[in-house]
Design a protein around this ligand. Structure first.
Ligand code: COI
Length: 359
């Protein structure tokens, strides 16, 4: 277990005199709909992060010309806190989230967040909100840091001022059932040189219309296809994708800069390799996937993400056909991963990669 170092950034802490925790049904949480009592807020002004405060959760007051609302200079992260079997609060790989947050900052011309500031904000907030971490089997506290441009300005230039906010939600599973994904070549999520590799708010905005269309056909998410060959699988948007063809578990490389470098994706690759599964990081084409399905060699398919953890894919849609995948119960790789990830987070399996941080 690592413990966060004591940081240099001072945070003003104002605790809420009241809590809404007693009104929450922790056994029936809907993802992203319940919020804890406090939030963290800081401003980037005159070239530095300042006004760091933890305070009661409240609405933000914004100028109508706030530039992020027009031009989308905004990024976010997703991370989770857990209660281990001793009832202690832990965070999963917060260092990896910080490094990805700062990668997103660099791509979007947003000032990076110093480690001391981020860790101080995060650990203090999670310590204050630790009673909100559900003790249920699939519960956790989802943490959403985000940064957006706050210049009151109409015109295209990088903003000089920004706001960093962190808020928390007690959550259960993101997907309640095996996910139904759909592949199409018309709309593209990300292309080389774009922002697909980072967590830019606009990446998600561009997916809403195609998502709306496929939801009308009974699908949950798009399985995005690349915009150069219109033939290679990319990611799901909420998740990275893994497929098992024969005895090989394959996930898509991130080096083209079009796919989010998922922290859960990376953790799954490490765990699978350490357990002796055959793992390949390479492209998969639509045709290869459909052929594998046709010949009974597509044994497993799942998405990985912070919110979704490990989510089995039940159906892959393409054109007018819904390709049903094997029953979830019989799948070896994704079921093992799910169990192992849960055990590490609960402190039952050894934390052999040093992923869990004591809060
Ligand atoms: C996450 O998994 O943390 C994400 O940001 C995906 C989001 C759609 C909930």
């Amino acid at each position: 277990m690592k413990v966060a170092v004591n940081p240099a950034y001072e945070i003003d802490i104002h605790l809420s005199p009241v809590s809404t925790i007693d009104s929450v049904d922790f056994e029936n949480l809907q993802f992203g709909k319940v919020f804890t009592d406090h939030m963290f807020e800081a401003d980037y002004l005159d070239g530095k992060w300042t006004n760091c405060a933890i305070k009661p959760l409240t609405k933000l007051q914004l100028h109508p010309a706030t530039s992020a609302l027009h031009y989308g200079q905004a990024i976010f992260e997703g991370m989770k806190a857990f209660k281990n079997q001793e009832g202690k609060a832990t965070l999963f790989r917060p260092d990896a989230n910080l490094s990805r947050l700062n990668e997103s900052c660099r791509r979007m011309a947003i000032p990076e967040v110093p480690e001391e500031l981020f860790m101080n904000a995060l650990f203090n907030l999670v310590r204050i909100e630790q009673d909100w971490i559900p003790n249920t089997d699939d519960g956790s506290m989802y943490i959403r840091p985000y940064i957006f441009a706050t210049d009151d300005f109409v015109g295209i230039k990088p903003s000089d001022t920004f706001k960093l906010v962190i808020f928390c939600c007690p959550v259960a599973r993101y997907y309640q059932k095996p996910v139904r994904v759909y592949m199409q070549e018309e709309y593209v999520r990300a292309f080389p040189g774009g922002t697909g590799a980072v967590k830019a708010a606009g990446n998600y905005a561009a997916t809403m219309m195609p998502l709306q269309q496929i939801r009308e056909k009974g699908y949950d998410q798009m399985l995005w296809i690349d915009g150069v060959t219109h033939n290679r699988l990319q990611e799901i948007g909420t998740m990275n994708v893994f497929v098992q063809i024969d005895d090989t578990i394959i996930t898509i490389p991130t080096d083209e800069g079009t796919i989010l470098k998922g922290i859960t994706r990376d953790s799954c690759i490490e765990l699978l390799k350490a357990e002796g599964f055959k793992v390949e990081i390479r492209d998969v084409t639509i045709q290869e996937l459909l052929d594998a399905h046709k010949t009974g060699r597509l044994h497993d398919a799942f998405g990985t993400g912070t919110a979704a953890t490990i989510a089995p894919i039940g159906v892959i849609g393409y054109k007018d056909i819904a390709y049903e995948l094997p029953p979830v119960e019989g799948r070896k790789a994704s079921n093992w991963l799910k169990q192992e990830m849960w055990s590490i987070r609960k402190g039952i399996s050894a934390d052999r990669f040093g992923w869990m941080w004591a809060v």
